[in-house]
Ligand binder design. Structure first.
Ligand code: ADP
Length: 161
């Protein structure tokens, strides 16, 4: 039984995240999408909002569940029984940070392995921060995020499109 976790901020969800979820759910028996509850980060959506959007997005994928966690990922993994971390790699700029975190997690708990999926070329430029910036200035974000969430993002910036 291979249980993996795909952790992240998902603030907001993008097509890049959706792609990684779809691909990793077909690799592993079970996938938890874990929303990090990071009080230090000033987030656009609350953790509950992000969890409920991710649940909506993944409702038709039977082996995917969505949860939130705070504190150390390796501690949450012990609790939930996941042993594999999935992360997406977009560019070399992601690599240095991801390598360091993956190695730290492995030292913390040698049973934990990190698996990297390379980004789908279509979405390699895409990040939540770019979506936030575009949305804040009323740019068209429909190419970046799944349709059900477009208006919810604009609403956060009091933008009517
Ligand atoms: P974090 O704050 O943990 O980086 P994010 O929500 O920004 O959380 O990203 C979560 C994961 O999704 C990370 O592994 C990130 O590299 C990956 N990711 C983000 N955008 C994309 C994308 N466009 N293509 C592939 N992976 C992505």
């Amino acid at each position: 039984m291979r249980k993996a976790i795909y952790p992240g901020s998902f603030d907001p969800i993008t097509f890049g995240h959706q792609d990684i979820i779809a691909r990793s759910s077909s690799i592993f028996d079970e996938l938890i999408v874990g929303v990090l509850n990071n009080s230090a980060k000033n987030s656009l959506f609350s953790v509950d909002e992000r969890v409920s959007m991710l649940r909506e997005l993944t409702k038709d994928i039977p082996n995917v569940t969505v949860d939130s966690f705070d504190g150390l990922l390796v501690d949450y993994m012990k609790e939930s029984g996941a042993t594999i971390i999935v992360r997406g790699l977009r560019a070399v700029t992601d690599f240095e940070y991801e390598l360091q975190i993956a190695q730290t997690n492995h030292v913390e708990n040698p049973a934990v392995e990190t698996v990297f999926l390379t980004t789908n070329l279509k979405y390699s430029y895409l990040s939540s921060s770019v979506v936030r910036e575009f949305a804040a200035y009323g740019g068209d974000i429909s190419k970046f995020v799944p349709a059900p969430f477009v208006d919810r993002i604009y609403q956060k910036y009091n933008i009517n499109r």
